[in-house]
Ligand binder design. Structure first.
Ligand SMILES: Nc1ncnc2c1ncn2[C@@H]1O[C@H](COP(=O)(O)OP(=O)(O)OP(=O)(O)O)[C@@H](O)[C@H]1O
Length: 301
């Protein structure tokens, strides 16, 4: 078993004594070195989860550890880029990076931070307050990368970047993860950009973990079936639609399928959209360490 980058056990968080639960009963484990996408609808709890991992919020119940310890103790070993990318507006980019270097003595990678800024054609003397949203994101990512963290926590990092910048920074992110074994955990609503980049998925809905595990295993545990509207027992149906007598469904097979079904493996987008449209579908958590998988077709828990 590889090391663990993040582990939640029955994690729950409510805002206010009688407030709604933003997260409830969340249990998952993320191996070190993985690149994990956190997806889910607006208000699902993605930012709340990342803020707990960054040590900015305390659980109401349960636990969340990062890099094998508490977020407070791991503080120097991870970097967190919040959704609103807070930076000091009065500083220039160069001063911002210098601050990054002073706050991270012994681990600051000046070259990597400066390269990310230069790739965006940004003049280091520009004041942060005059930058566009996407340019601020680039500086925030430069600060995070420069820290040379073991774990990068990114809350919708690509949301305000143009397609070219998004592609280039995503590439930089992947190269970083591959070269240094950095674990990356990022929330995103842009599913298409996650498919090639991520190897783990955490789908959160209404504060609960709905899908968790290695992407390959989660995809392989599902099948898109098309055929005459017949029974799908004993398989688990995540979502089904009928047009005339034709039925299309995303299922989790519980054994071999009848020959009359046409089957394909879903794309990540199909998997995520089907679960978003069917919030009542049973939870599926795969560890990737089940040796007899996929013969057992995964274990629904
Ligand atoms: N400081 C807070 N006080 C009260 N409720 C909060 C607070 N922060 C978040 N919440 C609530 O917790 C729930 C989860 O919010 P969160 O920001 O984690 O969702 P999200 O999945 O990141 O959403 P989005 O995709 O819109 O960014 C929401 O119902 C939200 O209203």
């Amino acid at each position: 078993m590889t090391g663990t980058a993040m582990e939640a056990a029955a994690l729950g968080r409510r805002f206010g004594r009688n407030g709604e639960w933003a997260l409830r009963d969340c249990t998952f484990r993320l191996p070190a070195g993985s690149v994990c996408a956190i997806v889910g609808p607006n208000g699902a709890g993605k930012s709340t989860l990342l803020a707990h991992a960054a040590g900015l919020l305390r659980p109401t119940e349960g636990t969340l550890t990062v890099l094998g310890t508490t977020p407070a103790e791991a503080r120097e070993r991870f970097a967190y880029v919040a959704q609103d990318k807070p930076l000091y507006p009065q500083l220039s980019i160069a001063e911002t990076l210098r601050l990054g270097s002073e706050l991270n003595p012994g681990r600051w990678d000046r070259a990597v931070a400066e390269r990310i800024v230069a790739d965006g054609d940004l003049d280091p003397h520009t004041r942060v307050r005059t930058l566009s949203g996407g340019q601020r994101t680039r500086v925030a990512l430069a600060l995070a990368f420069g820290k040379r963290p073991e774990l990068l926590l990114l809350d919708e990092p690509m949301a305000d970047l143009d397609p070219l910048a998004r592609h280039q920074l995503m590439g930089a992110l992947m190269a970083e993860a591959a070269e240094h074994g950095t674990t990356v955990v990022m929330s995103s609503h842009v599913i298409a950009e996650l498919e090639d980049a991520c190897d783990h998925l955490l789908l959160i809905g209404d504060g609960h973990v709905r899908l968790a595990g290695p992407l390959d295993a989660l995809l392989a545990a599902h099948v898109l079936v098309t055929g005459q509207d017949g029974g799908l027992d004993p398989h688990t149906v995540v979502e089904s639609r009928t047009t005339g007598r034709q039925l299309t469904a995303l299922i989790r097979p519980d054994g071999p399928l009848d020959d009359e079904w046409q089957t394909t493996e879903p794309t990540l987008e199909e998997l995520v959209l089907a679960h978003l449209r069917s919030p009542g579908a049973p939870v599926l958590t795969l560890t990737g360490e089940d040796e007899d998988w996929p013969e057992t077709w995964g274990a629904a828990v």
